[in-house]
Design a protein around this ligand. Structure first.
Ligand SMILES: Nc1nc2c(ncn2[C@@H]2O[C@H](COP(=O)(O)OP(=O)(O)OP(=O)(O)O)[C@@H](O)[C@H]2O)c(=O)[nH]1
Ligand SMILES: [Mg+2]
Length: 651
């Protein structure tokens, strides 16, 4: 029996909470044993935030009236006992509607006026200015009030053709797609550009984000949806009507939004909705089933996918069945099949990705911490040998020993200037990396692209302009990789020298891999070209459109750059912190050695007791090492399975 999406999501949420708790416990344990240096703390903090605040977006994309909103009601909101998102015949959801939960914001619906399209800011940028949105407070305990408030996403306005053109809903080049005008020549357009719903629904609280979209015309008017929001969703559900089959406009949406099948990190589901329209009292269940199968086969054929990927359901009957608790109808609606595919497809995938990121992070962390333990052990062992060598020695030998340690210490302190020199080169190179991937450099490239796209008669040159821009950006990345390589080899050389001179065990952490960022850039370029190749080119003739498109591109790229810079920063911080720790430990070890000699010299403590105390410290470090190994191993295996995460943890 398939489990509901809600149950699967709950399990996934429990796994994440457990994992984040374990990371916190590990941090406390490390801190208690003085093993939490700056870089380790930073790594742990990042892992914890990543696993705790991971967001998962499911986007519902289809032509109008295919049942997107009804499906959202049926899968996620049936618990309210009624229809929450408006779902009626004809065009209903007029603007893209995003549902999620942000604890910082009270329960509300925010609506961004359509007129903001006349300004160049990207949608992402509007999110930062809450005062420009119309806010409706929500009462989460009152489903009726919720549903009533959500009706506002259907609001429209009448404008002149010129205004409609400026807003992106009227294109003289493609008259067949334009909305019909009334007797006065006025055109109906959506009143809002985007809606954000913030409610403490259990799934949303755990990081689910649901994106409901309007049909072809409206969705096409907001390029940012096509090139940024939808491609970043972890799951996209494409819906067709079992009654209508694949129409021409369904096919345009499919081509624009769901092709090409990108990397395997997200899932795409094709749903044949409204199968209840095929149920009829005069046909046998077998006849109905074979009709559904035929529809599935022809859908798969037209979309060029395997028929097994088409899920046939009835969202409406599924919703009714859940609200009236009618198990037989729920079964007949096949809604659970969709929930299962969505849940397993998306959550298993996500868990795998998160789990392996966690495993990588934890093993880095373990390495770094083990190194510190090893170093402490070695210092102690050496100290024990030194002390044992003093057995039966006279005062002058002891005094000599003391001056030898002092000598060693001052040599060590002098070595500091060399380290300082390498560090300043390191910082200089790092600054260069930050400049290359910083917002100023990106802004300059984007300004050039906007200008290139705005040139008249450039239609055929669009691809060129994009590839010029991306080539330049890629050349920055190549330079960044070069700089990183330089830093890596410089640090490696310095560490090797320090290891040889002072018996350190320094090792430069692996340099950050920029491959994923580069792949993401390719993806961004592809989605833009795909969007523009699908008959949207003419829109570029409108300068505001070109500017908006580039702003959307720019926010997306900035995100990629920032995430890369975060990795670079962590890598560089890890190397620096390792060195700091080693230097600090060594200085402390000088103090300890001096202290031991002084005590013996003053006959304040017996030599044997000293040696014994050191042996005990070493044994304690052995225990810490074992404990660390088992804590880390358990975390890594918890990354693999939910069951492992639920084993009790005793730190
Ligand atoms: N018979 C039947 N009707 C359905 C089903 N799912 C949705 N509908 C109806 O189809 C109409 C459109 O559904 P919506 O959920 O509003 O469709 P939508 O895709 O969100 O449409 P827009 O918001 O206009 O883009 C509504 O009247 C629904 O009640 C279904 O499974 N069976
Ligand atoms: Mg809708």
């Amino acid at each position: 029996m398939a489990t509901s999406f809600n149950e699967q999501f709950d399990q996934h949420g429990a796994w994440r909470r457990e994992f984040s708790l374990r990371l916190k416990l590990l941090a406390e344990w490390l801190k208690d044993h003085d093993l939490l240096d700056a870089a380790v703390a930073e790594r742990l903090r990042r892992l914890e935030i990543q696993v705790r605040s991971d967001k998962l977006m499911v986007a519902f994309v289809a032509e109008f009236s295919r049942g997107k909103s009804e499906m959202i009601n049926a899968i996620f909101f049936a618990g309210y006992g009624r229809r929450i998102m408006p779902a009626t015949a004809g065009r209903t959801t007029m603007c893209p509607t995003e549902m999620g939960y942000d604890p910082e914001v009270p329960a509300c619906l925010r609506l961004l006026p359509i007129e903001t399209r006349l300004q160049p800011q990207a949608l992402m940028e509007w999110r930062m200015v809450p005062e420009k949105w119309t806010r409706v407070d929500l009462d989460v305990n009152n489903p009726q009030q919720l549903a009533q408030a959500f009706e506002r996403v259907s609001e429209t306005r009448k404008v002149t053709q010129e205004e409609a053109h400026a807003l992106g809903f009227w294109h003289p080049e493609t008259p067949e797609d334009n909305p019909v005008s009334d007797a006065q020549g006025m055109v109906e357009v959506p009143r809002w550009r985007h809606a954000l719903i913030n409610i403490a629904h259990p799934l949303l609280k755990q990081g689910l984000v649901i994106l409901d979209t309007p049909g072809l015309n409206a969705i096409g008017a907001e390029p940012e949806l096509t090139v940024s929001l939808i491609p970043q969703a972890q799951a996209v559900v494409f819906i067709l009507g079992a009654d209508t089959g694949v129409t021409k406009s369904d096919l345009s949406i499919w081509r624009e939004h769901l092709l090409p099948e990108s990397d395997q990190e997200d899932i795409r589901l094709v749903v044949l909705n409204k199968i209840d329209t095929l149920w009829d009292a005069l046909s046998t269940p077998e006849q109905i089933q074979s009709q559904i199968d035929r529809q599935k086969a022809s859908t798969a054929d037209i979309l060029e996918i395997s028929p097994s990927r088409v899920i046939a359901i009835s969202a409406q009957k599924g919703l009714v069945a859940k609200v009236t608790k009618d198990a037989a109808l729920l079964e007949q609606s096949c809604l659970r099949q969709l929930e299962d595919a969505l849940g397993h497809g998306m959550l298993d995938q996500r868990q795998k990705i998160l789990g392996s990121a966690m495993a990588r992070g934890v093993s880095h962390l373990r390495c770094e911490t083990e190194r510190v333990i090893q170093m402490r052990k070695r210092d102690l062992t050496e100290q024990a040998i030194e002390l044992k060598g003093l057995h039966g020695k006279n005062v002058s030998v002891i005094r000599h020993m003391r001056s030898r340690i002092a000598q060693e210490q001052s040599e060590f302190d002098q070595g500091g200037s060399k380290i300082h020199a390498v560090r300043s080169v390191h910082l200089k190179l790092l600054r260069e990396v930050f400049a290359l991937l910083g917002s100023k450099a990106l802004k300059a490239e984007m300004a050039e692209l906007t200008q290139a796209l705005g040139q008249k008669g450039l239609k055929l040159g669009i691809k060129r302009s994009y590839s010029d821009t991306f080539d330049k950006l890629r050349s920055h990345w190549t330079r960044v990789q070069g700089l990183i390589g330089e830093i890596q080899s410089m640090l490696t050389a310095m560490f090797r020298q320090l290891n040889a001179e002072y018996g350190f065990a320094l090792q430069v952490p692996d340099q950050p891999d920029m491959g994923a960022c580069l792949a993401e850039m390719e993806e961004v370029q592809r989605s833009h070209l795909q969007y523009l190749s699908l008959g949207n080119t003419f829109k570029l003739a409108q300068p505001e459109f070109a500017e908006r498109l580039v702003r959307a591109l720019s926010t997306r790229l900035r995100g990629i750059h920032e995430s890369a810079l975060g990795d670079v920063e962590l890598w560089s911080k890890s190397a620096a912190a390792q060195l700091d720790v080693q230097l600090r430990e060594r200085r402390q070890s000088f103090v300890r050695r001096m202290d031991a000699i002084d005590r013996i010299q003053q006959a304040a403590g017996g030599l044997d007791e000293r040696v014994q105390a050191i042996d005990q410290q070493i044994a304690h470090l052995d225990q810490l090492e074992e404990k660390l190994a088992s804590l880390a191993e358990r975390l890594v295996s918890a990354g693999d399975t939910v069951a492992a995460a639920q084993e009790p943890l005793s730190a």
